[in-house]
Design a protein around this ligand. Sequence first.
Ligand code: NDP
Length: 331
Amino acid sequence: AASGAAGTAQAIRLRRNGGPEVLELAQVEVGEPGPGEARVRNHAIGVNFIDVYFRTGLYPQPLPGGLGQEGAGVVEAVGPGVEHVKPGDRVAYAARPNGAYSTLRVMPAEVLVRLPDDIGFEEGAAMLLQGLTVQYLFRQTYELKAGDTVLFHAAAGGVGLIACQWARALGVNLIGTVGSNDKAALARQHGAAHVINYNTEDVVQRVLEITDGARVPVVYDSVGKDTFARSLDCLRPRGLMVSFGNSSGAVPPFSLSELTGRGSLYITRPTLDSYAFDRASLEAMAADLFGMVSSGRIDIEINQRFALADAAEAHRALEARRTTGKTILLP
Ligand code: NDP
């Protein structure tokens, strides 16, 4: 094919911010990769809550634009200067720029990770973003050790079910919060030592009971607005608040004296790209994750599959809290 005629893709395009209905399937031309780029044929696409933030505009991006940060597929072509992947390689990725909701795309090659032979495309697209997140949360943001007790919100979600299993593998007592009794059972099956239904139970009271009044050294909170204040109340003095998402809305501004009153608390607001910031970090984190999955210690639960054209339905399910584990799109 002549340059620029590499193919036509079906891709979800975003012309304006809004509800799921702004996700439109369009035909786009995909050309040859330029320097540092690769053309990837997606075989499976990961849906993540961050896609909702970009769709609504909570996180801004230039429009019109693509959506989606995670996929797995095959490299079709690489541009000048790309050494670590070649045509035919099976790869996965979990990074910006948005544009994973598509059958074929040209993208920066530096974010591509080669998939081990024993990991399929669906599994690859289902594990990388959320699995690398748990890797850095548990191994880097705070280095968990056997016997630690931690609080982890939304434990039956995509990040959550990986976190439950990773905690079990480390010998960590994970107290997971969930929004229903079915989700409680699921989190427990995946290794949560204790589960709290935060719609019906008092989280702080339950954490005090479970820890004999000691509270926890670290809270992982991706729910944001609805849980933030109570999460601080669950921390022991000098504990670490890890605020890593906003599924219920952004955390409102708060005063530093909130940290003083509870005893010199620490707080961090981490993002995956500040941990997987170069090839060496990305490769090391991915190797850790793939090892956990290949050895059977972590099972990737793909509990919802949608056609790419039905991305809006996938978003509706995710936002309505009707999903558990991972949601993927199939091109
Ligand atoms: P999930 O599969 O966990 O879905 C979100 C879950 O949050 C829901 O299932 C629901 O579980 C819970 N929730 C609580 N309140 C609400 C609400 N008002 N609306 C919707 N859901 C709510 O999503 P992901 O696994 O994709 O992501 C989990 C979180 O982690 C997100 O906040 C995401 O942004 C964040 N994240 C952050 C990263 C980082 O590096 N900073 C990287 C990856 C994810 P329940 O019904 O049990 O309450």
